[in-house]
Design a protein around this ligand. Structure first.
Ligand SMILES: Nc1ncnc2c1ncn2[C@@H]1O[C@H](COP(=O)(O)OP(=O)(O)OP(=O)(O)O)[C@@H](O)[C@H]1O
Ligand SMILES: [Mg+2]
Length: 520
């Protein structure tokens, strides 16, 4: 509402108009008041809008108050409407209110007008506020629904990860053993590709789990080069060929303390957005890495940044760019300009969270039609593995013919595990039902050196089975395996009496090392 009360008054009698105007002025209103006396002027002024209140004489030759009221309500204009009349009877007054007038005032009793106007303005404000809060509630409900959808997706992802890991366990394990047997065969190269691809699939599952379960960051001191190369390879494989990708990495980079899989995810999210912005016309995606010094200007702009040396990772595109409205909101969770099914609006919210959790910052520069540049900053740390080469891995610990009982309801996992254990020098017994495993253990407990059991099996979980095994033989050595251990970590496992935890898919080395530790 403007500081003056804007009143539109349909009235043919100017004396009455002035009388009403004086009455409102007497009550203290500063007025911007317009008199109209015919349909044409009335409807034009209503359409031009922005009135705080509309008054109308009931009896007007040609175009009366009721017709005016009907017009205002038909346009959906929610302005308070008060009829003023000298000759209105009780029935006509009731009809007015029924037709949507907010009040009526008799010309003989104009003193009531101020009261009616004040009350109607108050109610109009209350209505506006109610509507605003309803709109906000409905927006929140939409966000909540989306959040619930994400949560459901997270649970679904967890479930898929479990089954998918079982499949991967078989692929990785068999490929690993095939590579082992194929010392000098030309097929060894193919198997190595299978291993590489399976390892990528395993990482992808871990990423899905990271997103769905908000896994805490696993930070390491690394050069960003390898993550940039990995992510670029994945982007190259997934985005259209009309988009050129170029990567600029300085020969002497500096180490940063980061969770490599999160940085990978950040690059994929930024790269995917860039590709989407160029999907119509093609273009160039540039990924650049440079050493830079963060100075006072950037520190003022990004509170969490500290002045000093940083690695700046830049992702730029020559795509559609963004207008000011999009730029203002792009990091908001669920903000998207893409159609349903095309984007959830979470990509940049995740990127923002990742940068923040690394004491870094992200800036964006974009103009409609010319493309976009995202710059991310990560503090350089004192030293990294670049300076200290990794020591060669020690040989895989092997068994000495000990008998291992392996229990898993998934037959492909069981077959593979038995083959891997034999390969490592153990003898094995495999069971695909927990009940059967229990019976075998009861019978051969003196011979069995180690039990490895899956966590989720029909009929009896790995936890229940372990409890029973430990009742039979408190000194039993048991390792738990699972594709999806949820909240179980190694400490919780050892409190439950286990001697190790194997997350599927597990490579030969992990199996060998976990067994040898459990048998110590
Ligand atoms: N490189 C870019 N060029 C143009 N617009 C962009 C770019 N990156 C992001 N945007 C805009 O920001 C919005 C939010 O991006 P964000 O990655 O958070 O969600 P999304 O891509 O829409 O969906 P999601 O990433 O969840 O699939 C996008 O919808 C798009 O309008
Ligand atoms: Mg996105």
């Amino acid at each position: 509402m403007s500081s003056k009360l804007r009143v539109l008054y349909l009235e043919d009698n100017t004396d009455d108009f002035l009388l009403v105007q004086r009455e409102l002025q007497k009550a203290g209103w500063a007025l911007e008041m317009r008199q109209v006396d015919n349909e044409h002027d009335f409807t034009r002024h209503v359409r031009e809008g922005n009135w705080d209140i509309v008054l109308a004489d009931f009896n007007l030759p040609g175009y009366g108050g009721m017709a005016a009221l009907e017009f205002v309500r038909r346009t959906g204009y929610e302005v308070p409407f008060i009829l003023i009349s000298g000759t209105i009877g009780e029935d006509a007054a009731v009809d007015c209110i029924r037709a949507g007038a907010n009040d009526y005032v008799l010309k003989e009793n104009l003193r009531r007008l101020n009261h009616a106007v004040t009350r109607e303005l108050g109610e109009a404000t209350a209505r506006r506020e109610r509507r605003k809060s309803e709109e906000e509630r409905s927006k929140l409900e939409t966000k909540l629904r989306q959040a619930q959808k994400m949560e459901a997706m997270g649970r679904l992802a967890g479930g898929i990860a479990h089954d998918f890991n079982n499949i991967l366990t078989a692929i990785l394990g068999h490929a690993e053993m095939a590579a082992f047997h194929l010392a000098d065969s030309p097929a060894k190269g193919n198997i190595e590709q299978v291993l590489k691809a399976s390892a990528r699939a395993r990482d992808l599952v871990q990423q899905i789990l990271a997103f769905s379960r908000q896994r805490p960051a696993e930070k390491k001191v690394i050069l960003l080069d390898s993550v940039v190369h990995e992510a670029t390879k994945l982007l190259r494989a997934t985005i259209p060929a009309a988009i050129e990708i170029s990567v600029h990495i300085p020969p002497a980079g500096a180490p940063v303390l980061v969770d490599p899989s999160q940085i990978h995810q950040m690059l994929i999210n930024l790269g995917t957005n860039a590709a989407h912005a160029m999907k119509d016309r093609g273009g160039r995606l540039e990924i650049g890495l440079v050493k830079c010094t963060v100075g006072a200007d950037l520190v003022r702009q990004f509170a969490q940044l500290h002045a000093g040396p940083h690695m700046c990772l830049t992702i730029s595109d020559t795509g559609s760019g963004m207008d000011a409205g999009t730029l203002e909101r792009l990091f908001e969770p669920f903000f998207t300009t893409k159609g349903p099914g095309e984007g959830t609006g979470l990509g940049l919210a995740v990127v923002h969270g990742i940068v923040q959790s690394h004491d870094g910052a992200i800036s964006v520069e974009s103009h409609p039609g010319t493309g976009t540049v995202f710059r991310t900053y990560f503090p350089i740390v004192a030293s990294g593995p670049a300076q200290a080469p990794q020591p060669a891995a020690p040989p895989i610990p092997r068994g000495k013919g000990e008998l291992v009982l392996f229990i898993d309801d998934e037959s492909s996992v069981l077959a593979l595990a038995e083959a891997m254990l034999k390969n490592l020098g153990y003898t094995t017994l495999g069971c695909s039902h927990p009940e059967q495993g229990l019976a075998v253990f009861e019978e051969r407990q003196d011979d069995i050196a180690l039990v490895i059991t899956d966590l989720s099996m029909p009929g009896m979980s790995g936890l229940e089975l372990a409890k029973k095994l430990l009742q039979i033989r408190p000194s039993a050595r048991i390792i738990l395996t699972s594709g999806y251990t949820g909240d179980l970590d190694i400490d919780q496992c050892s409190r439950l009496g286990f001697h190790g935890l194997l997350t599927k898919p597990f490579p030969l080395r992990t199996l060998g090392e976990t067994n040898s530790k459990a048998l110590l």
